[in-house]
Design a protein around this ligand. Structure first.
Ligand SMILES: [Zn+2]
Length: 396
């Protein structure tokens, strides 16, 4: 008997109740999968090793189909790339604990006409994509996430306690579906998680409270990283990266602060790429600007900006004092979305660039990382003391 899970309607929560409790990881089978165009429709056949709970939705700008599943190892799904001109890109990876996400970038808006999981014989997710009016597609893409799936709401400013303890929020860049830069099969995401843990240990050893935006190799949207910092009452936010930079020959640590005007084209490209990675992973940042819009937020930023500038300077001084390699322009500015907290001084530190052979060697060296962690901890300490002193002057 053929058993088919009912097709899930777009953006309607896939019935967990009916889904069997399956904890083991399912594997994707590339050889038994494919994409083909037929009679104006695009058929996707994804074979996996066992049935899993799943759901499908669409997102716009660029048009995408997002397939969320209970853990599926989608490795080699990119081998389906190029099988249909309607699907211009595929990427997949862990999304949130226990869930994987597969994102298909479409050449144009398309309707999900049918979505089924066949469980008789080989387990297959079958999707049929067809033509759709772009306006209708945009409407479907704009449907809100189900409550239990939505991102945490940012904590209102007023709810944060006045005399809060000094808390450092470390933000290991990228993760999960978004590996960041890659070199010799080592990803920026894993290197930065390692470094964040090492820096956390150094800071905790000095009695500083530290939180991480992610503790494992999962995707955390940029907006959720900001929300997490606010929820934990962070005094300062440090995003850690080691990107690849094709533009110019970037080498050495660089401290970035937020600005609408980037220091140079390379910085701007870097910031745009981070936003694009986030977008491709399925999160739309457009609402972020609504959240942080408004006069109050701008006022908060006016107060925060000079504190952030001093933070960047303190970090530059500490890293230089430790005799660690810095970029010839050690402090730079760009429109990194992850730095948009209006009230928390936020910096993005490229501890080096994976595109530089010398930096790559250094970042992979545990001893070098230990020195860098100490330097950053020193910089944070100097800044925290100075910041507290200046605040005391202002509010005696
Ligand atoms: Zn990065």
């Amino acid at each position: 008997m053929i058993r088919i899970f009912l097709a899930f309607l777009l953006a309607v929560w896939a019935g967990f109740a009916q889904a069997q409790e399956l904890s083991a990881l399912a594997r994707f089978d590339a050889t038994a999968s494919g994409v083909k165009d037929e009679a104006g429709l695009t058929q996707l056949r994804l074979t996996i090793s066992q049935p899993v709970a799943w759901r499908v939705r669409v997102l716009d700008n660029p048009p995408r189909v997002v397939i969320d599943t209970r853990e599926v190892d989608w490795k080699s799904v990119q081998s389906l790339d190029g099988q249909s001109p309607n699907v211009t890109g595929l990427r997949a990876g862990p999304f949130r604990p226990g869930w994987s996400r597969l994102v298909l970038t479409l050449a144009r808006p398309m309707a999900v006409q049918a979505a089924q999981m066949q469980t008789d014989g080989p387990v297959q997710i079958n999707l049929t994509l067809g033509p759709i009016d772009p306006k209708r597609f945009a409407e479907l893409a704009a449907l809100p996430e189900p409550l239990e799936w939505a991102l945490p709401e940012p904590t209102p400013l007023a709810e944060l306690p006045k005399d809060r303890p000094f808390v450092v929020m470390l933000d290991p860049g990228h993760g999960g579906i978004d590996p960041g830069a890659e070199r010799d099969s080592i990803t920026e995401a894993e290197l930065m998680l390692t470094f964040a843990r090492e820096l956390r240990d150094v800071l905790r050893g000095q009695g500083v409270r530290v939180e991480l935006t992610r503790e494992e190799d999962i995707f955390v949207p940029l907006e959720a990283r900001i929300s997490a910092a606010r929820a934990k009452g962070a005094s300062v936010f440090v995003s850690l990266h080691a990107d690849a930079l094709a533009e110019g020959e970037a080498v050495g640590a660089t401290v970035y602060t937020l600005s609408e005007e980037a220091s140079d084209a390379a910085s701007q490209a870097l910031a745009e790429r981070h936003d694009r990675d986030d977008l491709l992973a399925g999160i739309d940042l457009t609402e972020q600007d609504d959240v942080v819009a408004g006069v109050l937020m701008d006022m908060a930023r006016t107060e925060t900006a000079p504190r952030t500038a001093r933070l960047a300077l303190a970090l530059e001084t500490a890293i230089k004092s430790a005799d660690l390699k810095m970029h010839r322009h050690a402090r730079q500015e760009a429109g990194f979305s992850v730095l948009k907290s209006p009230d928390i001084p936020s910096v993005l530190v490229e501890i080096g660039f994976l595109s530089s052979t010398a930096d790559f060697k250094r970042i992979n060296d545990k001893e070098w990382r230990a020195e860098m962690a100490l330097a950053i901890a020193d910089g944070l300490k100097v800044w925290a003391d100075e910041d507290a002193a200046l605040r005391a002057l202002r509010n005696p």
